[in-house]
Ligand binder design. Structure first.
Ligand code: SER
Length: 572
């Protein structure tokens, strides 16, 4: 079995032998003040892409290779599944004018197939963004095909296959991504452009800022060490690899799997952040550290876990060893503060005669009391409290905050507000429910008429109308709209029964149910099916037979931003 140490070494050597200078990881705290953490290996090299700094002068090479400590808080709600982490390490090779697509793709292909002996499942390339003058990346597709005609090449849009910029501005460009066993493992970025705004501005399509061509073409690649190790060591998830084994061994067995993974993830991040001198606080990086620490402190985990992390990484990161005492001090000081808050929460808990999901979630929200602790302390008073119900509250809360202030319902009380669907009384609820089912029918019809690349980007339902946003590159023709409307109405007329099944999130995705990936789902989800016409993860509510929907009429089709279209429809 290839150990993680061996994988690291092989990666660095492979690129060193091909003209790359080995560069150490930069700090998790970037120089660029506009981002909280280092999220990618390219960040320390930004000035070399733009010509502000000279790689030849600084490294004696135009190409570099590194293993970068990285941190992404955007994935925090996914932690606990098979592949997501807050802290992770990224293997990357970089070029600042040294080579371009052909070599970059060939290197990654050879490393994966020849050096690691793995088979590439499929790759993706950029489908282009005509409105910004970026064509479909046919060149990469051809290079992949020339290396192996069996490789499946898929096209993906700006959300998945266009990197950057990081922070307020910077280099960016199309990507090609390598998937092993269905998991995205390696991202190869062709830094061809400079955008003088943020990624959000670029994606909104509303900014007048332009994509400028960079003088020097740059390569930036990033491969998740944990994910590659998982595939190489034939494990089902990253937590079973030797990057985590000693750590997971030290976690008490009575926790459920998801909790164990959260503990493993958070304790790693805590050690690395503390080793960089970050102190828990109420703002910025300190706040992130505080949240992570308190999440595992509440589970009463022994501080020894810190040593397990340090021991696993001491060889690669000797500074952890040197800072062992300092890291422990940061942890113990926060523990004292946390215990004070916790006592407040436990006092509240004592006062409750019965603990239901709403009450439990409130204690979690205000005092950081996690589900496990509440169950444990409240014993009989929480005997009816189930994990699913608690997760459901969590989900409701997330949807509400996502819905944001602008979605507050004018004036009167709300009977139902799921974030997607709102109704003030029974009558409105009936109408909104019909519109909700109509939304699923239109979503399925859009995909059948326009193609599977249609992806839900947003949905909003009131008693009057539905509004549905989706990723798609061009304006729909009136023929297309007619076809979509007809198809949805045909399904209404066929009067399909709508069925609801409860299953785990993983099983739901495996069964082919559509999910709106921006939403955070709890571990157990509902899947609504309309015959074999449509299948979606959804919180409901829906009508029981499609005939109840009535006639669907699309009233408008428009652009929301580059690559995102919006339709509005009513039911009659
Ligand atoms: N910057 C890209 C990423 O983080 C490739 O390294 O995925």
């Amino acid at each position: 079995m290839l150990t993680h140490q061996k994988i690291r070494q092989k990666f660095l050597e492979f690129f060193e032998q091909r003209g790359h200078k080995i560069v150490s990881s930069s700090s998790l705290l970037p120089n660029d003040q506009s981002v909280l953490f280092t999220t990618a290996g390219m960040q320390q090299f930004k000035p070399y892409y733009t010509g502000q700094a000279d790689a030849k002068k600084d490294f004696d090479f135009l190409n570099t290779v590194s293993i970068q400590k990285s941190m992404r808080t955007s994935d925090i709600d996914e932690v606990g599944d098979e592949t997501h982490l807050t802290f992770f390490e990224m293997l990357g090779n970089f070029s600042f004018g040294g080579y371009w697509k052909k070599e970059a793709i060939q290197y990654s292909h050879d490393f994966i197939t020849k050096e690691m002996g793995l088979r590439i499942g499929h790759v993706s390339v950029f489908e282009g963004l005509p409105s910004a003058g970026v064509p479909v990346d046919e060149e990469s597709e051809q290079i992949w095909k020339s290396l192996d005609s069996n490789i499946v090449v898929k096209k993906a849009n700006i959300h998945d296959n266009f990197w950057g910029p990081t922070g307020n501005e910077g280099p960016c460009g199309p990507t090609t991504e390598i998937y092993l066993d269905g998991v995205e493992v390696w991202n190869i970025v062709f830094n061809e452009f400079y955008y003088s705004g943020s990624r959000e501005e670029l994606l909104s399509g509303k900014s007048s800022k332009k994509l400028d061509k960079l003088k020097t073409l740059g390569i930036d690649t990033g491969m998740g060490l944990e994910r590659l190790t998982m595939v190489l060591q034939h494990k089902n998830n990253i937590f079973e690899t030797d990057l985590f084994e000693p750590l997971t061994q030290s976690i008490p067995n009575h926790f459920d799997l998801r909790t164990k993974r959260i503990i493993a993830d958070h304790s790693r991040t805590i050690v690395f952040l503390s080793s960089e001198g970050i102190i828990p606080s109420n703002k910025e990086q300190g706040y992130v550290l505080r949240r992570l620490m308190r999440r595992i402190m509440a589970l009463n985990i022994s501080e020894d876990i810190i040593d397990s992390v340090i021991n696993t990484y001491a060889e690669q990161y000797p500074e952890l060893q040197a800072k062992r005492r300092e890291i422990h001090n940061i942890y113990s000081e926060e523990l004292v503060k946390f215990n004070k808050t916790l006592r407040g929460g436990l006092n509240e808990l004592k006062r409750l005669e019965k603990v239901d999901a709403v009450g439990a979630f409130r204690l979690y929200e205000s005092f950081g009391l996690p589900y496990e602790l509440i169950k444990d302390v409240a014993k009989d008073r929480a005997k009816d409290l189930a994990r699913e119900a608690f997760d459901q509250e969590f989900k409701k809360h997330q949807e509400k905050s996502r819905a944001g202030a602008e979605k507050k319902f004018g004036g009167h009380g709300l009977l139902l507000d799921t974030g997607e669907l709102r109704a003030g009384n029974e009558e409105e609820l009936k109408k909104a429910t019909r519109l909700h089912t109509a939304t699923h029918l239109l979503h399925a019809s859009l995909r059948k008429v326009l193609g599977e690349e249609v992806k839900q980007a947003g949905s909003d339902i009131t008693a009057e109308r539905l509004r549905f946003d989706f990723n798609f590159s061009h304006k729909l023709t009136s023929e297309e709209l007619q076809k979509i409307e007809d198809m949805a109405n045909e399904t209404v007329e066929n009067d399909y029964k709508i069925t609801k099944e409860e299953m785990s999130y993983e099983d739901a995705i495996k069964s082919g149910a559509l999910a709106f990936f921006k939403l955070k789902y709890p571990p157990t989800v509902n899947v609504y099916s309309v015959g074999d016409f449509s299948k979606e993860l959804c919180g409901g509510p829906h009508v029981s037979h499609t005939a109840e929907v009535g006639h669907i009429r699309i009233t408008k089709e428009e652009a929301v931003s580059a690559g995102v279209r919006r339709i509005r429809a009513v039911v009659e």
